[in-house]
Structures are given as structure tokens and as C-alpha cells.
Design a protein around this ligand. Structure first.
Ligand code: GRF
Length: 206
């Protein structure tokens, strides 16, 4: 694997299917990013198995070991730095990073969210979208700022809600889109193609 590619840390908490999509995309020698480390906030998650299978270093920064969000966030940054990662890619990461982390990685932390922000921020976006009765939901990729699911939006794509959808079927269709979209955005970030202008993000070359 080429070491000249842009090194990223992928932060996970669970199944890691988006991590897998990035790992698979990085098989292409022309891909811009290289997963330098996978960081989980808890042990025993499938995402860690995916990292091991791919031969990628993985570390657990266990949320329960830290007394404050600041200390936890700094520990994450320290692991990323140790692996020379230049950006933090949140992929199903269920913790909110403190502003100290955003200061350490300015405009270099991104997240993927299973709804069209600013609708339905938070951890239960798919369930809440269904409960609200929306007809269109979708995927949002955004820069991370000090507020939850709030930073400048990089990309959005709609997903129709079907009459017989439940949380599982809808989230599965959303994930399909995520797996196509997130590796592309990570590639663009790696190539320096994403320029933040206030709340707007210009995707150069698009
Ligand atoms: C994705 O739907 C993502 O949008 C949300 O959490 C889910 C993570 O799924 N933030 P996975 O762990 O990548 O499979």
C-alpha cells in the first residue's frame, strides 16, 4: 500500500459497514486516502474485526475510562496523531467530540448521518424520521463542528420512504447510499477538494 496517500483515522462504535466501504475503496491504488488507524470507543465491535481482517491497526479508546469528554477527545486525537492521521472520519461513531478535538483537526473531521440534516439530528435519526412520517429522508455528509450534527454540509442525497418500511429496511437502503457516497467524500477530502466557505462547502472539480 502506498504511504504517500492521505492518512486518515476512522472512528467507529459498531458494525463498521461504512468503514468497510472505505477499506474496499482504498483497495484501488488510485484512491486518495489510506486508513492509518481505526479507533473505537468500545471493545468487541464488528468494526474492529473488519480492521483486523484488513490488516489495519486498530485501537480502543474506551469512553468509560475517561472522566471528561475533553480527556476522551484528546486521547482520540493522540491516537490519531501517533498514527500520523491527518483527518478523523466518523463512521457510526456514537460519541460527541469535544471542541478541543475540533481545534486539533480544523475542517478535518467529517461525519455521515442517516437523515437530511438539519432534520433529525442525534442518535435515532431513522426511527424519528419514520415516526414523523416523512416521505423523503436521506444521507448527509458534513464537517463536524462544536454542535451535534450541525457543521457545514458537504453532500446530501435523498432516499424515499416506502409505505411498508420499518427502521431496519429503511436504514438498510440508507446504508446502501452511504457506502457509495462516503468513500467518494473521503477521497475528495484527501485530495484537498473540499473548501469550506462559512456554512457552504465548495467541492472543487465537481
Ligand atoms: C450509519 O447509518 C451512519 O449514518 C450513522 O451510523 C450508521 C453506522 O453504520 N452515523 P455502520 O457502523 O457504518 O454500519
Amino acid at each position: 500500500m502506498s504511504t504517500s496517500r492521505y492518512p486518515i483515522a476512522v472512528l467507529v462504535s459498531g458494525s463498521g459497514s461504512n468503514l468497510q466501504a472505505i477499506i474496499d475503496a482504498a483497495e484501488d491504488p488510485g484512491y486518495g486516502a489510506r486508513v492509518a488507524v481505526v479507533i473505537s470507543d468500545r471493545p468487541d465491535v464488528k468494526a474492529l474485526d473488519r480492521a483486523a481482517t484488513a490488516g489495519i491497526p486498530a485501537e480502543v479508546v474506551d469512553w468509560s475510562d475517561y472522566e471528561s469528554r475533553d480527556q476522551f477527545s484528546l486521547a482520540i486525537c493522540d491516537v490519531a496523531d501517533r498514527h500520523k492521521a491527518k483527518a478523523l472520519i466518523l463512521a457510526g461513531f456514537m460519541r460527541v467530540l469535544a471542541p478541543v478535538a475540533i481545534d486539533r483537526f480544523p475542517n478535518r473531521i467529517i461525519n455521515i448521518h442517516p437523515a437530511l440534516l438539519p432534520s433529525f439530528p442525534g442518535a435515532h435519526a431513522v426511527r424519528e424520521s419514520l415516526a414523523h412520517g416523512v416521505v423523503i429522508t436521506g444521507v448527509t455528509v458534513h464537517f463536524v463542528d462544536e454542535r451535534v450534527d450541525h457543521g457545514p454540509i458537504i453532500y446530501q442525497e435523498p432516499v424515499p420512504v416506502l409505505a411498508d418500511d420499518d427502521e431496519g429496511t429503511l436504514h438498510a437502503r440508507i446504508r446502501e447510499i452511504e457506502h457509495r457516497v462516503y468513500p467518494r467524500v473521503v477521497d475528495a477530502l484527501s485530495r484537498g477538494e473540499l473548501v469550506v466557505e462559512g456554512r457552504r462547502v465548495v467541492w472543487e472539480g465537481q
